[in-house]
Design a protein around this ligand. Sequence first.
Ligand code: RUQ
Ligand code: CUA
Length: 654
Amino acid sequence: MSRRRWVEAAGILVLVVAAAGLAVAAKEVKGLAKNAAARVYVAPGSYDEFYGFFSGGFNGQVNVYGLPSGRLLRIVPVFAVNPENGYGYSEETKAMLVTSHGFIPWDDAHHPELSQTDGVPDGRWLFINANNTPRVARLDLKTFETVEILEIPNAAGNHSSPFITQNSEYVVAGTRFSVPIPQKDTAIADYKKDFRGTLTFIRVERKTGRMGIAFQILMPGFDYDLAHCGKGPSHGWCFFTSYNTEQANTLLEINASKNDKDFTAAVNWKRAEECVAQGKAQEMTAAYTHNVLDDDTRIVKPEKLTGTKTLTPEACAGMVYFLPTPKSPHGVDVDPTGEYIVAGGKLSATIPVHSFSKMLKAIDAKAQDGVAAGVPVLKYEAVLAGEVPKACLGPLHNEFDGKGNVYTSCFLSSEIIKWTLPGFKVVDRIPVYYSVGHLLIPGGDSRKPWGKYVVALNKITKDRYLPTGPELAQSAQLIDISGDKMQMLLDFPTTGEPHYAQALPANLIMDKSARIYPIEKNAHPFATKAEKDTRIERSGKEVHVYMTAIRSHFKPDNIEGIQVGDTVYFHVTNLEQDWDIPHGFAVFGSENANILPMPGETRTLRWTPRQAGVFPFYCTDFCSALHQEMQGYVRVSPAGSKVPLSPTGPSAQK
Ligand code: RUQ
Ligand code: CUA
């Protein structure tokens, strides 16, 4: 065997062993850097260099890590209720989780996407998708909280979402699952006839970040898996991978793996805007919700909306083209120059790279391979920039280092490979443990990556940490990419499943981070801004307690006159104006979690006492030396009792 063939054969053997025997490599770490510990060590009192925003997958949240340390800084609740701070339990935040299907306290969150200006992350907002009950959320990176959730109507399996255009004009959201659109009761066997996909373009207001559905594109009933939008020369276009172009509705693992090539849909959104302006869109009925946190009251306002503008490829020629892409592609990523569109074919060992400039030429020259469901299919060879041969097994996702290299995650062979673009040549590979999904380079899908680290986001952990029963935390691995060779630095566990993650330099966020909510701006209708104004008011069976919290007492702290059958609302205003001093509030027998008003904020806990007696309430967050003294009692009397409500009026309680 020639040396070259030998190396190839050995390479394939490594792949097969890595794929087959997860336990084989247990304690062996290939490519471990010398002085790895020192290079990830962030000394006490020092800060990490990057913020990393990791999706929580089926925990529904966003988890914020410092990099390179891998320290968990914060869990921001998004699509799931969070007992820790009362998100989704407090009266102010419940509405954030309301949809046209009712109150949905959970979802599966996959792809965090940072807002961009000129194609570079700007540290203003983070968007993330809910797959299960289609929604897109926006987090404000000043306060690290969810400030908006928009439901996506005429959609299912909102997976190719929420990818952003280079000035945050739009975030896009595509359907992984095609369904009858509009929804109707129909036989599943009628899939090919009745089921459709949609690609939704959500406009983002430049100043406020506020989202609204601009238009939807009705597509053939494929599974639209992932997306990325163009940049630089390709700004104005977005690209969506699809699989199941076979349009199977059962046993997809076989029936949707038949076609040699599926499609990447290239969507010219500037053309779509023209068609909408020319009145080529149809009004489609749709019911959906739009929930926004009000800045001044800090109460979520739910809004019910109806109807969307819908375009079809037939009605708007020049809007959508299909680029043939082998084979059941998953990720699709646009390089920093905006010229190359890199897909990952799950079932293919080569990585196809499409050229944006060749695509434009192919469109002009009508280099077509027919039309699929009204959409012109461009010739594969006419749009192909190149293929990376013998890349790896199961390429899924790509990120870029800004120095002409692409990093690809390979699920089946559990490795990250580095290859050149243009050049299409693999120049390095490193094993990761195990079954890597997405990967992250700070700014790695933008025009200006900070190409210092790549983080592998692994699906299976097995023997990497101390065993914790049948399930282990998912795992991330930090790899230095500043030199020629990738060097493994650190394993760290993650909460929930990190699908995608994005990171950016800490200085783009840290100086803008809010410390308090100014009490003078608190416009909550049940706010109590001074202790003298605390009181209790009854209207029928509803009782409102206007309560304050400050180190280290609640006012009022003795409450009488509540009756079985009442609904009691504790409106707790935290009077502190000092960074990092929340107070918690919980009452015996409450069917809600605690609430945790931040300094200057009002939060409301609803309580329906079911028994007569005297019940304690207390502060749940250890706020001061006298935190344990921060407690009180509520007396509950039988319905119809003569015990007077107290204290009432501007508080007389000393
Ligand atoms: S997807 S790897 Cu949403 Cu690739 Cu998870
Ligand atoms: Cu307030 Cu503990």
